[in-house]
Structures are given as structure tokens and as C-alpha cells.
Design a protein around this ligand. Structure first.
Ligand SMILES: *Cc1c(COP(=O)(O)O)cnc(C)c1O
Length: 418
């Protein structure tokens, strides 16, 4: 480690942590290899060639790059069709297009994973009362909370569902909570139960952070899913965008909402963005594996330091997020400063806690990313409140992710017993 100053104690800690995680890295490699070859095969089946990278303008009729990218995502997600666009402005926007695309006034949407991700609440009309929310359009929202241990309440679902429940909404990732992330197996169970009660309901998945983490793709057991291209499926290369994947009839409705009823997927110029979306998709399985390794290594290091971590290094994972309970403010700050110090961008910046709009406590964030807000690149966020947990995710390559974790440990060395 001649380029970074790491004490002997922390180096030794890193060596021990590596020994522990090696069997789990082997499993990650198996998943990565499987998904990477599936992606390669998807590229070949879509007959990708350089001409597909060409920029279209105006209406973008017959943009073959756009069409091939949709095919690739449908293939890797195990769905009939997909809608992959650079002009989805965020993950929330993508999920919003999917929800508005398929729900109609009078429909009921039932979330079975508790309160949805923060930014979706305003879209649905929970708490906030924005004009143009689903609620404003007469779409009912119902919520089934998770059980005490953070798992899905299947019995409660049987009671909460009716034969005409229109949508079952699932959020896979823990987001910024401490509940466990759902695995594809959990999603399959929800799907089967939902269809046994309401065969026509749409099972929709917020798949953010979950892509390529497991060998199976959730396409077989959801009707519709959506995610962000500045997370896993953009491979750290896509500069913006999102994807929706699912049943062909539903994808058509989403496309009608994104552009216009009638034109749907047939229009939308790509302005030269396709090449980066192709490159990102191609790298996505591998990069997701690197982020997973970074998370597992962090879990190993910080549990050896005596902190509660979730998930544990040896637990199966459904997303790339690692939470570490650091217990006090000072450690959160040092942790984030360590992560920042190992970033390729803005390594010289020292993150400080600030009053972020929409939060009731100060928040500290570490992010030194090529793409603003990208969280497939290594980043860490922590609200300064009980239980003083930091959420860390991403890492384009494990070697620099590993150094970031070690620097975080080094920075708080005087605050823990090493
Ligand atoms: C990131 C995320 C979103 C929203 O994506 P943005 O790009 O931040 O709008 C929604 N749900 C989950 C679970 C997420 O992790």
C-alpha cells in the first residue's frame, strides 16, 4: 500500500477480513460470470454493431440502437419487453412513468413492503399533497407494513388483498432503512400469493439497487419493474437514464405515458447517448460484482471492529447496500471522510454534516463520483441520528473500494479499539 498511509494495525485487519470473505467472493464471482455471459449473449442476439451507436435527432423514428437496447434489457431481466431511455431523469421519474402508465382512476395500489422510498411518497400522494400525484388522479393507495423482523406479512397480505386489487407494489431494496432487502425468492412468493387472490393484478417491483445481484432475474415473477441507470444497470458509465421491463402489454402502456398514446416506443431520439448506455449495460454485471465485494469487505472489517453491520458478510444479498451502525456522530463523520479520501474525484474535499432539505437531522455524505448522484460509484450517506448508521453502496472496482474501507477504518482508529 505504498500510495496510501495505512497503519500496520489496519493493514492486518484488512488481511484478516480478506481471509474471511474469500469464500463469499467466490460466490459473487459465480453470479457475476453467469450474468456477464447472459449480457454478452443478449448483445449478440440483439446483433449490436457500431452503426447502432449513431445519434438520432428529431422524432428518432427507426432508431435501431434504441430498439436493440430495449431487447437487451428484456433479455437480461427475463421479461417480454423493456423501455430503456436516457431521458428518464431519475429512478423516481422512471417508476413514476411506470405507475402512471398502468394505473387508472379508481384502481387500488397496495404496497406490501411498507412505506415506499422517500421520493415516491410525493408521487403516490402519501403525506405530501402535490398536484398531479396518483392520489390527485383518483388512484387509491393502501399499505401493508413489514413484520417486526422486517419480512413481508404474507398473512396480512391475504387479508389486505381483494380480487380487484389492481397493483401489488414491491420495493426490493432496503433503501435507507435497516430492514432486510428482499431476495428474488421472496418476490416470487409475493407474486404467487398475489396471483392466487387476484389473477389480474399487476405485480410491480421497484428494482433499484437489485439488478445483477442474484443469478435469477425477477422478470419471471413480476409483471413490471423499473430502475435507475445511475445505479447497477448503468455500469457506472451511463450518465443518466432509467429502464422499465416487463410484460409487453404493460411496457406499451408505459411507453404511451412516456411519449404519447399511439406513438409509444416508436419515437424518442437518442442524441448520441446510446453508446454509453450499451457500454454501461455491458459492464453492469461485472461492476455490480465489484460493488458487492466492496460491501462484503466493509461488513467484514467493521464487524471485526465490533460494530453491528447489516447484512453480515456471510449473508445472501439482494442489493448492493451495506449498513454499518457506528453508534455516534464522530465515527460517522470520520467514516465518510475516509470514503471520500479514497475517491477518484474530489478526494481533497472534506465532507461535513449539513442540513439537507427534507431531513429532520443533519446528514453527512461522501461521494466522489464521475456522475453526479451516481450510487453505483462508491458513496456513503448518514443522517446524524440514532442509531448512527451509515449506508454505503457502490464501487466501480473492488481494489479502490477496499482502500476506501481501509481509509475509513484508519480515520476512526483512535475512536475504536484496534
Ligand atoms: C434510488 C432509489 C429510488 C429512486 O431513484 P432516484 O434516482 O433517486 O430518483 C427509488 N427506490 C429505491 C429503492 C432506490 O434505491
Amino acid at each position: 500500500m505504498e500510495f496510501f498511509e495505512i497503519s500496520e494495525e489496519v493493514k492486518e485487519l484488512g488481511r484478516k477480513a480478506m481471509e474471511k470473505v474469500l469464500p463469499y467472493f467466490k460466490k459473487i464471482d459465480e453470479i457475476t460470470e453467469y450474468n456477464q455471459l447472459k449480457m454478452l449473449s443478449a448483445f449478440q442476439q440483439a446483433r449490436v454493431s457500431e452503426s447502432l451507436f449513431a445519434a438520432s435527432t428529431g422524432y428518432g423514428y427507426d432508431d435501431r440502437g434504441r430498439e436493440a437496447l430495449d431487447k437487451i434489457f428484456a433479455y437480461v431481466m427475463d421479461t417480454e419487453d423493456a423501455l430503456v431511455r436516457h431521458n428518464f431523469a431519475s429512478g423516481t421519474h422512471t417508476l413514476t412513468v411506470a405507475l402512471f402508465g398502468v394505473l387508472r382512476p379508481g384502481d387500488t395500489m397496495l404496497s406490501v413492503t411498507g412505506l415506499p422510498y422517500d421520493t415516491l411518497q410525493g408521487v403516490i400522494g402519501i403525506g405530501k399533497d402535490y398536484s398531479g400525484s396518483l392520489k390527485d388522479f383518483g388512484i387509491n393507495y393502501e399499505q401493508l407494513d413489514l413484520l417486526q423482523d422486517g419480512t413481508v406479512d404474507y398473512d396480512g397480505m391475504k387479508k389486505a388483498m381483494r380480487p380487484d386489487t389492481r397493483m401489488i407494489y414491491i420495493q426490493r431494496s432496503r433503501g435507507y432503512s435497516l430492514r432486510p432487502t428482499l431476495l428474488n425468492e421472496d418476490i416470487r412468493k409475493i407474486y404467487e400469493l398475489a396471483k392466487s387472490i387476484a389473477p389480474d393484478c399487476i405485480v410491480m417491483l421497484d428494482n433499484c439497487y437489485g439488478e445483477f445481484v442474484e443469478k435469477t432475474a425477477p422478470g419471471q415473477f413480476v409483471d413490471l419493474m423499473a430502475g435507475s441507470l445511475i445505479k447497477n444497470p448503468g455500469g457506472g458509465i451511463a450518465p443518466t437514464g432509467g429502464y422499465i421491463a416487463g410484460r409487453a402489454d404493460l411496457i406499451e402502456k408505459c411507453a404511451y405515458r412516456l411519449t404519447t398514446p399511439g406513438t409509444g416506443k416508436e419515437i424518442g431520439c437518442t442524441l448520441g447517448q446510446s453508446r454509453e448506455l450499451f457500454m454501461g449495460a455491458f459492464s453492469a454485471p461485472h461492476v455490480t460484482g465489484e460493488a458487492l465485494k466492496t460491501a462484503v469487505f466493509a461488513a467484514s472489517v467493521f464487524s471485526m471492529l465490533g460494530f453491528d453491520v447489516t447484512p453480515h458478510y456471510d449473508e445472501p444479498r439482494g442489493d448492493i447496500i451495506q449498513a454499518i451502525m457506528l453508534g455516534n456522530e464522530e465515527r460517522l463523520i470520520k467514516f465518510c471522510q475516509g470514503i471520500q479520501a479514497a475517491s477518484p474525484i474530489d478526494s481533497f474535499v472534506t465532507p461535513e454534516p449539513w442540513d439537507m432539505p427534507g431531513y429532520d437531522s443533519k446528514v453527512i455524505m461522501a461521494a466522489g463520483a464521475f456522475t453526479l448522484g451516481s450510487s453505483i460509484e462508491l458513496s456513503a450517506d448518514a443522517p446524524l441520528r440514532e442509531p448512527y448508521a451509515v449506508w454505503m453502496q457502490g464501487g466501480l472496482n473492488f481494489h479502490s473500494g477496499k482502500m476506501a474501507v481501509l481509509l475509513a477504518a484508519e480515520k476512526m482508529k483512535h475512536l475504536v479499539n484496534i
